[in-house]
Design a protein around this ligand. Structure first.
Ligand SMILES: Nc1ncnc2c1ncn2[C@@H]1O[C@H](COP(=O)(O)OP(=O)(O)O)[C@@H](O)[C@H]1O
Ligand SMILES: [Mg+2]
Length: 233
């Protein structure tokens, strides 16, 4: 089963006089209830691919189909609804609002959703019961990233997009965050996409798409993904 597929996606940016081809004929599928890792060195097109999946940017050519709808031909208004209703985002630097509590930060992510989890339930599901009233400055990096994950999943998105979610974390905390993301895929049927340049994370996914210079270098499905405890970081 496929939740979202990119077919022959090209993305060019004009940077001054020159064009940069960030994605060059990229095709791959994302499945629900699985964790797909997008691996590649800096500049290989990972964030561009994630932005296309999340409806934050549109391709120069090629198509993106999400749940049977061709989102690559959506106008801005429909893309806004798609992002709001179907997509959760997690970033490297958490992007929490400093003067709001953990619960208030989570509430912001789901304020437009009809069927959202309560902030307290979302925080409990990421292991932060009891920290609802904490401000970001009172939390560790790993805890702040858990709040960001709770904010992203509270609206029960079909697709959870994570751009370098462990990039600012030490290895132990990073492992725990990856384990959490994997368990979210398994327990909520969400398609989880994790962008990373950390090769160790790749083996933990159900599938790994490796990008190089804007092209898909390999796409591997792991029948039996290894557990997070087994990887060297
Ligand atoms: N908004 C933009 N304008 C111009 N060039 C961009 C823009 N976004 C990304 N690029 C270029 O596209 C390529 C891929 O970038 P990116 O997707 O951010 O890679 P990654 O996330 O793998 O580091 C890089 O060469 C980058 O400089
Ligand atoms: Mg990036």
């Amino acid at each position: 089963m496929t939740l979202i597929s990119l077919s022959r996606v090209v993305k060019k940016y004009s940077a001054g006089a020159q064009d940069v081809t960030a994605l060059d004929d990229v095709s791959f599928d994302i499945e629900p209830a699985k964790m797909t890792v997008v691996l590649g060195p800096s500049g290989s097109g990972k964030s561009t691919a994630l932005n296309m999946l999340g409806g934050m940017d549109t391709p120069t050519s090629g198509t993106i189909v999400a749940a049977g709808e061709e989102i690559s031909s959506y106008d801005d208004a429909r893309l806004t609804l798609y992002r709001r209703e179907q997509v959760g985002f997690v970033f490297q630097h958490y992007n929490l609002i400093p003067n709001l509590t953990a619960a208030e930060n989570v509430g912001i992510g789901s304020q437009y959703s009809r069927d959202a989890m309560s902030p307290d339930d979302a925080l409990a599901s990421v292991g932060l019961a009891g920290r609802e009233r904490s401000f970001p400055s009172e939390l560790s990096g790993g805890q702040m990233q858990r709040v960001a994950i709770a904010r992203a999943i509270a609206k029960r998105p079909h697709l959870l997009l994570c751009d370098e979610p462990t990039g600012a974390l030490d290895s132990e905390t990073g492992r725990a965050v990856i384990a959490l993301l994997r368990s979210i895929a398994g327990t909520t049927q969400t398609a989880v996409v994790v962008v990373t340049h950390n090769v160790s994370v790749a083996a933990v996914g159900d599938a790994t798409v490796t990008l190089h210079d804007g092209r898909v270098q390999s796409h591997v499905e792991h029948q039996v993904p290894i557990s997070v405890e087994e990887i060297d970081w």
